[in-house]
Design a protein around this ligand. Structure first.
Ligand code: HEC
Length: 463
């Protein structure tokens, strides 16, 4: 135990020890270039170089121990290590040559110049390891930083598409930005508090000085989350009490992620994360301009009948008599149920029938609704055969047809729609086939999730 501690201590002396060879060798190099015929400093050079060489070897050993005990990835230390070895070899060579000469000559000068460069590179790469490679750049003005290629890293914004959230990635799109916003200021390569970095998958898996921070499927046994759940004035609470605390939704999401197995590559759908937990992360839908009308407002009381049936009907805004209708809690809504909404049809500006049992014949009912601006029919059995009816809706701006059976042939009738500005058709036969030219030239916001050409067999043949 004591021996291990000693080894670790010696490793940690590395950043201190390295200044010895730097000092000796630079001094030696100075002597070499200062040496004149009349004052031959070669004996002093030999002394400086031998001390430098010994110190370089000691530094190398402590560096190796540090690398072993702190668990750096080899790729991160490789450059520094190679440069360090080259520095040691050059010092050895310089020593050897200086013993074979009686005065400083050209070859000694050349080797010492090379040694100086190697020393500079080793030191710089080593400094990057301890302080982060933006340590020096950080103090420069921002334009200079970006000119040098260092974009100060802004946390990735969290904005899930409410219609497409299943496709978002748990780690990339949620966990990583949450850690960036709340933890990374203290847990990065630059600022590795508690020996913990939360900046990459490998680092998170590696954990901190007290071991792993994730226990799969057990959030309460995972220090990463358990520490956030401790009472605020517990000394282990994370982030420390005086710092900004994460939102509840952030903590709940991390809990659910770990409970689901702390996977780093799955989508939200595949990981089985509940939609309820995700609502706070949905991007706020920008609201299109609704038509201005002089329709008389419908008394709020008379909207209660809809609530009893499970249909949410509410005014779009206080100063507007238009209505927003959602059947999100009425999955059995069929075309025939439209009857209930008939009376308020001309007031409906926003209609969400996603996930209900409606079919193509619904188009006959909604056709021509004068103020309908947003129509959501995602997740229904719609094939799109009656979509042309919607050309009579002269205020329709957005149409959501995600996860339906629409294809480019049925969509083409909307090509000349008078007001449509956005069409959403992820996960449809259309999104799974190539976008035809007419659609590419359409000029509206067309979201299908991007189709990639399948690799044709001949493309794989290597000639
Ligand atoms: C203001 C700086 C700061 C912030 C922000 C911060 N931490 Fe820490 N963290 C520390 C310090 C200091 C330690 C070491 C002392 C300790 O263990 O309590 C530490 C230690 C830890 C440890 C223990 C590592 C180990 O193995 O000992 C975990 C886990 C941890 N933090 C998680 C987090 C999480 C998760 C967040 C974000 C929600 C976070 N921290 C935000 C400063 C911070």
């Amino acid at each position: 135990m004591a021996f291990l501690a000693l080894i670790e201590l010696l490793g940690r002396m590395h950043p201190l020890l390295v200044h010895l060879p730097i000092g000796f060798l630079i001094f030696g190099i100075f002597l070499i270039f200062y040496s004149k015929k009349e004052n031959n400093l070669l004996p002093a050079v030999r002394l400086a170089v031998i001390l430098g060489l010994l110190a370089a070897i000691a530094s190398a050993i402590s560096g190796w121990l540090l690398y072993q005990s702190e668990g750096f990835a080899f790729e991160t230390v490789r450059g520094h290590l190679i440069a360090g070895v080259i520095t040691s070899i050059l010092s050895g060579w310089l020593l050897w040559v200086s013993h074979r000469r009686t005065a400083v000559d050209r070859s000694i000068k050349w080797i010492s110049a090379a040694l100086g460069i190697a020393l500079l590179i080793t030191g710089h790469l080593g400094g990057n390891l301890t302080h982060g490679d933006d340590y020096l750049v950080e103090v420069l003005p921002e334009p200079v930083q970006s000119w040098l290629g260092y974009e100060p890293e802004a946390p990735k914004p969290i904005a899930l598409d409410p219609d497409q959230w299943q496709e978002a990635l748990v780690y990339e799109d949620l966990v990583m930005p949450i850690l960036q916003q709340n933890c990374v200021s203290c847990h990065s390569p630059k600022n590795k508090k508690g020996g913990l970095m939360l900046t990459s998958i490998e680092a998170i898996q590696q954990g901190g000085e007290n071991g792993p921070v994730l226990t799969k499927e057990n959030p309460l046994e995972s220090p990463l989350v358990a520490r956030m759940l401790l009472p605020l004035d517990h000394e282990d609470h994370m982030p420390p009490k005086e710092k900004r605390q994460p939102e509840k939704a952030h903590i709940e999401l991390l809990k659910a992620w770990i409970a689901a197995g702390a996977d780093f590559s799955k989508t939200l759908g595949a990981a089985g994360i509940e939609k309820n937990l995700l609502i706070p992360f949905f991007k706020k839908e920008s609201i299109p301009d609704f038509p201005i009308t002089d329709l008389p407002p419908i008394p709020v009381d008379s909207l209660k009948v809809f609530a009893e049936k499970g249909i949410l009907v509410e005014p779009i805004s206080l100063d507007n008599s238009l209505l927003k209708v959602s059947c999100i809690n009425f999955a059995d809504f069929t075309d025939a149920d439209w009857e209930m909404l008939e009376g308020i049809g001309s007031h409906i500006a926003w209609l969400d029938l996603s996930g209900t049992a409606v079919s193509d014949s619904l188009m006959v009912h909604v056709a021509g609704l004068p103020n309908l601006t947003v129509l959501k029919l995602s997740n229904t059995a719609l094939r799109g055969i009656l979509l042309e009816k919607l050309n009579a809706n002269t205020n329709l701006k957005r149409l959501y047809l995600n996860q339906t059976e629409v294809d480019w042939n049925t969509l083409e009738v909307l090509k000349t729609h008078p007001s449509l500005m956005g069409l959403f058709a992820y996960n449809t036969p259309a999104s799974k086939s190539e976008t035809p030219d007419w659609a590419k030239k359409w000029g509206i916001k067309l979201e299908t999730g991007g189709y990639q050409l399948p690799v044709v067999e001949t493309e794989k043949v290597v000639y």
